[in-house]
Design a protein around this ligand. Sequence first.
Ligand code: F42
Length: 149
Amino acid sequence: MSLDGEYEPSTAQWVRDQVAEYESSGGQRANTLRESGLPVIIVTSRGNKSGKIRKTPLMRVEHDGQYLLVGSQGGAPKHPVWYYNLTADPQAVMIQDGPEPFDVTVRELPEGEERAQWWARAVEAFPPYAEYQNRTERRIPVFLATRRS
Ligand code: F42
């Protein structure tokens, strides 16, 4: 793991519990969104203010080895704050999708064909994303994550 530093768990209990269970089981447990059966990944970023290590479960949207990270936060009016960690340092990001985390570089997708194609994949993987976007004026941000060798 190339992102070192002090881990600061989420302020949301269910989130930090999911991260702990996922990591301690090497991705064997707590790898879905509650009973939905829909798969989850763990995204590690560096706090853009605190410099601490932050870990965020997100729905797994994967295609040909790339991942889409969707800043939906249930359609809330504001971006989740991990958004600002990724924009501040797109290289200080890791994804765990199974036993071991790996380094990725993220790029926010602007409006256009590529975003539309990935958004369709996201809604296919997790249909509530479509509702969440209808629920808010905010354009839900999405990042394309590409593994660094
Ligand atoms: N959230 C999504 O947005 N999309 C998903 O697909 C998604 C899936 C999912 C699946 C399972 C699960 O358990 C949770 C899931 N969530 C999903 C929720 C997600 O894990 C986050 O909890 C949610 O998106 C909110 O992210 P957040 O980064 O806003 O978290 C808050 C609660 C938080 O931890 N705040 C911290 C705090 O102390 O208040 C600060 C965190 C932080 O990164 N601070 C930065 C720092 O420097 O340390 C500063 C950030 C800034 O600029 O303010």
